[in-house]
Every structure is written in structure tokens, then in C-alpha cells.
Ligand binder design. Structure first.
Ligand code: ZN
Length: 279
């Protein structure tokens, strides 16, 4: 989960991406996942673990258990697809953020997928959202989100750009997917079924396999290439990321918070912001 989304939500450019995703031909993307994974390493990061349960205080369903289970299922799916898979954790242990990043950066040609579930005080909050930071990570984020959000009954909360520690410090394409809200009764009930967690794993894997095809579809759409992301948020976030980097040791969910929020959201951002945000 992420505690403070209200504040920074509209500062990011995700609104563009939904337009991009919406323009993808279903057939085009659905036939994508045929890539051979024989040369690709996927570093799978199950969020939280050990004393870090994830989620918010009093949350009934433990995020760390759900993330580990989905991650382990994802590991099996990707391994069966021929990928080399590395887990940042494969049991209920606490792994510091720096260690997770170090593991990822140990595989220069890998991609990094961090699995999380969301939470909010308002139980009605729900949906799937996918985060990336570096522009190199956008195709992977777009593809994973396309499949996970497309395969889930939950609402689509878009692809978003944010400087989470594990996204900012990894030197390889890195994505963090929030697979629904464990504080939402419907989504929590789903998450607690093995079949749904398996589906999540398979959709994430489809995104991994389809990342290049979904990315190449960008050239046929008008929106959301890495270059089309407004420059201003990128610069701002990079600057804050540097100055606040020290604070990000404790939780990988700790994001770079902006002191200045004076910049107006772009039109597309305002549209998504109006849907409201949960803390
Ligand atoms: Zn989390």
C-alpha cells in the first residue's frame, strides 16, 4: 500500500498512459505474449515480509502474505515460459530495500517486477495501479498494467510515475504493480482465493512476455511515449528524489514527496485526479 497518495497523485503523468492503453488494439496486445524468455532474467520482488506486514494498521488481510504468494506463482509461470527468475525474497522474511535493489542491479540485463497490494482507510477504494519511474521502464509498466488491469474485475487506476525507492534505485527496467486493495471487501475476498492470485500471476507474466509488443504499439498511438511525458514533472521528481533519498531507507513504499505542489495538473491528470485518491 502507499500511505500518502493524496498529496502527490496529480503530479504524475499517468493520465496520458490510460489514453495510450485505451488505444491499444485488444487483438494486437492479446496475441503478444510469445516472446522467448530464454535470455531474460526477471527479478521478482514480493513486497514487505517479516515484521513488515504492509498495508495499514488494523488491516485484516496481510499484504506480505499475498505478495509472496503471487510472487511465487509468478516465478513458476515465468520459469515455465523459459525465463530465469530471481526472487528478492522467497519466504516470510524482511529484506531491506537496499538489498532488494542490490539484487536487481546484480543482473544488468534483467527486468524487475515488484508485487504489492494496496490499502486505504476508505473500504470502497479499489482498483489496479502500476508504477514506474525511469523512462526505460514505461513499456514494461504499460504492458503489465494492460494485462493485470484488463484481467481484473477491479477498476483501472492507471499507470503512474513515481519515485519509489525500488523503482528509483534500480538500474534496470522496474515496475511496481498494486494488485488491488486488501481493504476493499470485494478485492480482499478475491485476493484470498488461490485461483485469483494465480490469475494475477499469469497476467503479470503476460505483461512481461508482451512488454516489447505493447511498447511497439506506442508508435501507432498519439500518446504516452517516454518522450511525450511532460518534462516538468520529470525534472521536479528527479530533483526531489535526490534531496529526499535518505528518507527512503525504511520502506520501499516511501515515495519522494514534493514540497512544492504548485504546478497545476495537466488536463489528463486532472481527469484522473477527480476520481479521488485514498491515503
Ligand atoms: Zn505494499
Amino acid at each position: 500500500m502507499m500511505p500518502t497518495r493524496v498529496y502527490s497523485f496529480r503530479l504524475f503523468t499517468s493520465g496520458l498512459l490510460i489514453a495510450f492503453l485505451g488505444t491499444l488494439s485488444t487483438a494486437q496486445a492479446r496475441r503478444a505474449p510469445k516472446e522467448s524468455g530464454s535470455t531474460t532474467t526477471v527479478v521478482i520482488d514480493a513486497g514487505h515480509g517479516g515484521y513488515d506486514r504492509g498495508g495499514i494498521p488494523g488491516q485484516r488481510v496481510s499484504e506480505k502474505e499475498m505478495t509472496l504468494d503471487v510472487a511465487q506463482r509468478l516465478k513458476k509461470v515465468l520459469a515455465s515460459n523459459g525465463y530465469r527468475v530471481v526472487m528478492t525474497r522467497d519466504s516470510d522474511v524482511f529484506v531491506p530495500l537496499g538489498t532488494r535493489v542490490a539484487i536487481a542491479n546484480n543482473y544488468p540485463n534483467a527486468i524487475f517486477v515488484s508485487v504489492h497490494f494496496n490499502s486505504a482507510k476508505r473500504t470502497g477504494a479499489g482498483g489496479i495501479e502500476t508504477y514506474f519511474y525511469s523512462h526505460d521502464s514505461l513499456p514494461l509498466a504499460s504492458a503489465i498494467h494492460y494485462y493485470v488491469a484488463g484481467g481484473a474485475p477491479s477498476s483501472n487506476r492507471n499507470v503512474r510515475r513515481r519515485g519509489y525507492y525500488v523503482l528509483r534505485k534500480t538500474s534496470i527496467p522496474a515496475v511496481l504493480v498494486e494488485c488491488g486493495f486488501l481493504t476493499n471487501p470485494t478485492e480482499a475476498a478475491l485476493a484470498q482465493t488461490a485461483s485469483y492470485r494465480q490469475k494475477l500471476a499469469e497476467e503479470i507474466a503476460a505483461g512481461v512476455r508482451g512488454r516489447n509488443t505493447v511498447a511497439s504499439a506506442r508508435s501507432t498511438t498519439r500518446v504516452a511515449t517516454g518522450e511525450s511525458i511532460p518534462l516538468q514533472p520529470y525534472i521536479d521528481q528527479t530533483r526531489v528524489a535526490k534531496s529526499k533519498g535518505r528518507r527512503s531507507k525504511r520502506s520501499h513504499k516511501k515515495t519522494t514527496r514534493r514540497k512544492k505542489s504548485s504546478s497545476k495538473p495537466a488536463k489528463s491528470e486532472a481527469k484522473t485526479a477527480s476520481k479521488g485518491q485514498e491515503g
